[in-house]
Design a binder for this molecule. Structure first.
Ligand code: GTP
Ligand code: MG
Length: 202
């Protein structure tokens, strides 16, 4: 699946401008700067397909990427979402991103799963719990991906996985496994690809 070409398809800044439903979709959500766009690039083996930045708040729209085809014939769409929990953005900006994400996550028929990215150095934070509350409410299957493994000691990484699994234990829509990844070293990226391929095969 991931050997196929991946290209930008569509950007949506409001629910009215979403692309017409087509191929199955997988969305990447997470706090600002957690590494969503970087992971998307690592997954697709493209250095700068999704724009990344040191400054939080880089991704401002829902960006759709097509694997193995264009808007009409891709096998899978990967969706890079704006980050949440970004304190420096204006109230209006935050409200409009939040609305867009909620509308998309709630009502998108082809959406198979959201991957919720958590900074592996810090673990779950209050805005992450809010995101999981939303996903549980709309009964959209989601899976935790811990990021920036290259910055975390092995023993800390094992503990972080454990505490994360404990925190999602009773959450109805949470998939009971977490993947630790690094976009720098590509650790965990093959495992994430396999998880996505399994979803498509279901
Ligand atoms: P927003 O679009 O602002 O929500 O951010 P994002 O979640 O898309 O994060 P992005 O991929 O732009 O990365 C943010 C910063 O984290 C950049 O400086 C990246 O280089 C860095 N980063 C991303 N992934 C990793 C990783 O696996 N390891 C390390 N060490 N840094 C990473
Ligand atoms: Mg981004």
């Amino acid at each position: 699946l991931f050997a196929a070409e991946c290209d930008f398809l569509w950007a949506a800044s409001s629910v009215a401008s979403l692309p017409p439903p087509g191929a199955p979709e997988i969305a990447f959500a997470g706090r600002s700067n957690v590494g969503k766009s970087s992971l998307l690039n690592a997954l697709t083996n493209r250095k700068s397909l999704a724009r990344t930045s040191h400054t939080p708040g880089r991704t401002r729209e829902l960006n759709f990427f097509g694997l193995g085809g264009g808007i009409d014939d891709a096998r899978l769409r990967l969706v890079d979402m704006p980050g949440y929990g970004y304190a420096a953005a204006s109230k209006e900006q935050i409200a409009s991103w939040t609305q867009l994400m909620q509308d998309y996550l709630r009502g998108r028929a082809p959406l198979l799963r959201a991957f919720v990215l958590i900074d592996g150095r810090h673990g779950l934070k209050p805005p992450d719990y809010e995101m999981m509350d939303l996903l549980d409410r709309c009964a959209l299957s989601y899976q935790i991906v811990l990021t920036k493994q290259d910055e975390v000691k092995e023993a800390d990484a094992a503990r972080r996985i454990e505490e994360t699994l404990k925190a999602i234990e009773k959450r109805p829509a949470a998939y009971p496994q977490a993947i630790f990844t690094s976009s720098r070293t590509a650790d965990g990226v093959a495992e994430l690809r396999a998880a996505i391929a399994r979803l498509l095969a279901e």
